[in-house]
Ligand binder design. Structure first.
Ligand code: TMP
Length: 230
């Protein structure tokens, strides 16, 4: 795909807590804006007023694993239909801090929740056919509307869980996920590896266990390699 400003780009960013996504996402937003692209910078869970309320519950309240998955997909559905899909239809670059791979990695890998149930919820929550709007077809890009909305590219910041734990130590009051033991994050990291193995062309794995500048060079290289940034 070229840097065609009429074509929306959907990019998600993933990794265990402490992997250091944020500064690179902000830098990418600036780089795309410098190219004259409209950027929608957003995050999950969250990105809408409703989804941000759900985020507070998801990150802080105790609940069973299915309830957690349902709330995450409810937040995702609201975010997708009211923010992401319209932004892609406008031709924006959508930079989303986490998306569905996080659910497979955290709820599936970390919590051990049933992956088949997550796949079913993914199909329901990310199906935009029923919206019956022109932008569904625009999103198809080549005429056919997509079955479900997925990122064009997912950047996975891969950091050893022990290193992430060191970075997070004392940084802030941990939420429900940040407070998990290192074994949980080993399973999350394996969850990301499994997602990448299942869809290798969508993923770019970045070795995040390096100085920030080196990580940025790699991240930028993925975008310039695809012709999306100079
Ligand atoms: P953040 O701190 O990177 O914004 O992510 C919020 C937390 O929510 C993080 O610990 C990962 C977790 N999370 C899930 O467990 N499942 C999901 O689907 C998403 C998007 C996030």
């Amino acid at each position: 795909m070229t840097n065609d400003t009429t074509t929306g780009l959907f990019i998600s960013f993933e990794g265990i807590d402490g992997a250091g996504k944020s500064t690179h996402i902000s830098a990418l937003a600036e780089a795309f804006k410098a190219q004259g692209r409209a950027v929608t910078l957003t995050r999950e869970p969250g990105g809408t007023a409703l989804a941000e309320k759900l985020r507070t519950l998801i990150l802080n309240d105790a609940m069973d694993a299915l309830t957690e998955a349902l709330l995450i997909f409810a937040a995702r559905r609201d975010h997708l239909t009211t923010v992401i899909v319209p932004a892609l239809a406008r031709g924006d670059v959508v930079l989303c801090d986490r998306f569905t791979d996080a659910t497979f990695a955290y709820q599936g890998g970390g919590r051990g929740f049933d992956l088949d149930v997550l796949s079913k919820l993914e199909l329901w929550a990310q199906d935009v056919q029923g919206l019956g709007r022109d932008f569904v077809h625009e999103l198809g890009r080549k005429g056919a509307a997509p079955a479900i909305v997925k990122p064009d590219l997912t950047i996975w910041f891969d950091l050893p869980p022990e290193e992430a734990a060191k970075r997070l130590a004392g940084a802030r009051v941990p939420d429900k996920f940040e407070a998990q033991p290192v074994e949980f994050f080993r399973r999350v990291a394996q969850g990301y590896a499994d997602r990448m193995a299942a869809d290798p062309l969508r993923f770019a794995r970045i070795d995040a266990n390096r100085p920030r500048e080196a990580v940025w060079t790699s991240v930028h290289g993925v975008f310039s390699g695809r012709g999306w940034l100079p």
